[in-house]
Design a binder for this molecule. Structure first.
Ligand code: GLA
Length: 409
């Protein structure tokens, strides 16, 4: 356990080009040849629209300045060999033809799964036709609910797409196909039940914008989100409380939503968003499902409200909508945690305009919209509240809406 300190702990942020050059050198030392290139994909925070992606809903994520990098080169033997700068001496090696549910296990599943799914979807190529040597390095905090997993699968698929010559990453439609391949890699190989928002953020965001993602048809719209012009900052608090998708709670909420949709006779809860909420709730035969439906329907409405406010340049006014989202996730959807509630509460008391948990919940991170000159002070207050509650000190970073994954070197 880390020793208590007086100051809030900020995650360092380095220039991605510098990190890429160092990673290429590191690859050359370990592998013995230079990599062909280095590709990056970012972590994300979701501004609003939580637990709605798997209900065909609307969400509004943005890419973080933190990235996972993959230095890579091809090999001719149909194998994937992946090294991690974070886990030296523990390479993952697998024949791509053998990649399947739980194979390889752990982080290697995200890397191998992404390459295998791309090959499965590419015309005229089989899993024996292409091999990849990769070295990964990430400054996306792991286990913080900031989508380090999607950053890993997406940076890998960008490398494979470029090296293989499929070239899907060159336009947004092709990037949508890469998103689908990464979701399959995570669901089927890594066996993580993710809904698709994280991969879309990593591959389809643009700097200075939040990504309005319509999960019903995969359409996106870039919504300007200029924090600097409004003297604002988006503070991310990694509560360092363990969150896990494999813990059955995520799957349980998802199953509840599917049961509610079946009960209402619709394909997904998206179909009831424009109906009067009371009538929809009255039609549900199982009372236990009512809070889930109330969250999903109201949260999609909040995404629309935030998008309208952002389009109108009324950025400060999204604060209360973020607060309402947190209450709904805490009380109706029941995916918050005491650490998230404390971070949100303390940030609000210390001057945040609005705050909420972000991502899957049960731990992970919260976001707080703060006046730019108050970011440090709000972080210090949150830090102090965790110390007083005898909780592990949280980690902090500032989210600037950043670019999607791309080739760096
Ligand atoms: C996780 C999943 C996403 C999404 C969020 C909740 O991050 O990977 O697909 O469901 O939880 O909004």
């Amino acid at each position: 356990m880390s020793a208590p300190t007086d100051a809030a702990q900020w995650y360092p942020l380095r220039r991605v080009e510098d990190r890429a050059r160092e990673l290429a050198d590191h690859y050359a030392e370990v592998v013995g040849t230079r990599p062909t290139g280095v590709w990056a994909a970012p972590g994300r925070v979701n501004l609003i629209g939580e637990h709605v992606d798997y209900n065909d809903g609307l969400c509004l994520p943005m890419a973080l300045p933190q990235n996972t990098l993959v230095a890579a080169g091809t090999r001719g033997d149909g194998r994937l060999v992946a090294h991690s700068a974070q886990r030296p001496g523990e390479p993952v090696e697998v024949a791509l033809a053998d990649v399947g549910p739980g194979r390889p296990p752990g982080w290697g599943g995200y890397v191998a799964g992404a390459v295998a799914m791309l090959l499965d979807g590419a015309e005229g190529l089989g899993r024996n036709d292409f091999g990849l040597t990769a070295m990964v390095d990430s400054d996306v905090p792991v286990g913080a609910g900031l989508s380090s997993s999607a950053a890993l699968s997406c940076s890998t698929i960008l490398a494979a797409d470029d090296l293989l010559g499929t070239g899907w990453a060159t336009d947004d439609g092709g990037r949508g196909r890469l998103v689908d391949a990464c979701v399959r890699a995570e669901n089927e190989v890594a066996q993580a039940p993710t809904g698709g928002m994280d991969q879309a953020a990593a591959l389809r965001c643009t700097a200075g914008h939040a990504l309005l993602l319509d999960c019903r048809d995969g359409c996106v719209e870039q919504v300007p989100f200029d924090l600097v012009a409004h003297d604002l900052a988006l503070l991310v608090v990694d509560t360092r409380a363990e969150h896990s998708h494999s813990g059955g709670e995520y799957a349980n909420r998802r199953a509840g939503c599917e049961a509610a949709a079946r009960d209402l006779g619709v394909a997904s809860l998206r179909e009831v968003v424009d109906a009067p909420l009371d009538e929809t709730l009255n039609r549900l035969s199982d009372n236990a499902l009512k809070p889930l439906v109330r969250h999903v329907v109201s949260e999609i409405g909040r995404v629309r409200d935030v998008v309208d406010l952002l389009r109108a340049g009324r950025v400060r006014e999204i604060g209360p909508v973020l607060d309402a989202s947190h209450v709904s996730l805490r009380d109706d959807y029941r995916v918050s945690a005491k650490e998230l509630d404390l971070a949100v509460y303390t940030a609000r008391v210390a001057g945040a305009l609005g705050a909420r948990m972000t991502g899957g919940g049960f731990g992970g991170s919260a976001i707080a919209l703060v006046p730019a000159d108050a970011a440090t002070e709000v972080a210090e207050h949150v830090h102090a509240s965790f110390t007083a509650a005898r909780l592990r000190p949280p980690g902090f970073l500032l989210a600037q809406p950043s670019a999607a994954g791309h080739r760096v070197l």
